[in-house]
Design a protein around this ligand. Structure first.
Ligand SMILES: O=C(O)CCC(=O)C(=O)O
Ligand SMILES: [Fe+2]
Length: 330
């Protein structure tokens, strides 16, 4: 029988601690779970999907106004490298000014703007609540910094897959882990294709859409933060049918800019040595991009003694925008 993903009921989790162990087990074994009873109205989820569908119909020059804030955080056009995939991005959805700027860039209507603002607030809240519960379920005490997520940065990536008959069987998104801490993913409610790695046999299992729910994925930063205890789930998107697929990801990335992630005491106590050197999210993101280690392998670069990036890579060979970011971080 095919393995099935754990289901976490957020309402139940908030009312009693009885499902806390189930959450911890899901984060340690799978690195992902289906979230139900999360409090975000289904009507808001479907309205947001409709709104972003309309944004994708804008002329390309308008879509290109959604520029990067972090490298790769803005609009990604269809390309010969990936002719199926197009995306918008918004960093940082916790900032109302940043959400307004995104709307201004795209000339969003008042209704679009209101929907995007409401949705950003709602999924930001889900990410914060679930992150705090993850900390609690792993025994991280408030004094250890459970409140530390409050100012963590979140980013939208809104994906559109242009699946056609001739692309059935090909990849929409290659195998990867998410780079940040936690992802709140609204999948397309009818068109499937997402697959996650089953850690029991390293095979990929299809994740069928369940309308009205979110799929929660832990990323590389959750593994760094937990000193290797929580799993960064590998996943991919396959083209299974000739239909447009739209998904909306809210990535809770990491601490505010230039702040390093270090595991709370609960993860290093008991003689468990610290596995990874402290690193800021931005530095880690750039490291993943320039080494092209997108499926969790970049964590290996954090093992061993700290080294400045410039001694590990031929910095001069990097594109100017990436170089600018590293210099910015250093
Ligand atoms: O489209 C999906 O369902 C998943 C997208 C994804 O994995 C990502 O944006 O990181
Ligand atoms: Fe992903």
């Amino acid at each position: 029988m095919a393995a099935t993903l754990p289901i976490i009921d957020l309402q139940e989790l908030q009312q009693s601690s009885s499902s806390s162990g189930k959450l911890r087990e899901a984060c340690e074994h799978w690195g992902c779970f289906r979230l139900i009873n999360h409090g975000v109205p289904v009507s808001l989820m479907s309205e947001m999907k409709k709104v972003v569908g309309e944004l994708f119909d804008l002329p390309i020059p308008v879509k290109r106004r959604n520029v990067d804030v972090l490298s790769g955080s803005g609009y990604i056009a269809l390309s010969s490298m990936n002719p199926l995939y197009e995306a918008f991005g918004l960093y940082d959805i916790g900032s109302t000014a940043a959400v307004h700027e995104f709307c201004d860039q795209l000339g969003a209507s008042p209704h679009h703007r209101e929907t995007i603002l409401k949705y950003a607030e709602a999924t930001h809240g889900v990410a914060m609540t679930v992150a705090a519960k993850m900390a609690e379920s792993s025994g991280v005490l408030a004094s250890d910094g459970a409140g530390l997520f409050e100012d963590w940065a979140c980013q939208f990536r809104i994906n559109k897959y242009h699946f056609r008959p001739e692309t059935v069987g090909s990849a929409g998104v290659q195998i990867h882990t998410d780079s940040g801490f936690l992802t709140v993913l609204q999948e397309d409610e009818t068109v499937g294709g997402l697959e996650v790695m089953d850690p029991s046999d390293s095979g990929y299992i299809p994740v069928d859409p369940v309308p009205g729910t979110f799929l929660m994925n832990l990323g590389d930063l959750a593994t760094v933060w937990s000193n290797g205890k929580l799993r960064n789930v590998k996943h991919r998107v396959e083209c299974k049918e000739a239909a447009v697929r739209i998904s909306i990801a809210t990535f809770m990335l990491g601490p505010p800019r230039y702040t390093v992630v270090e595991p709370p005491a609960a993860f290093v106590d008991g003689g468990r040595p610290r596995l990874y050197r402290p690193i800021s999210y931005e530095e880690f993101r750039v490291m993943r991009q320039i080494t092209d280690k997108q499926a969790g392998e970049a964590l290996e670069l954090l093992q061993g003694p700290a080294q400045p990036l410039s001694t590990k890579f031929d910095v001069n060979s990097l594109p100017a925008d990436v170089l600018a970011q590293i210099q910015d971080i250093d």
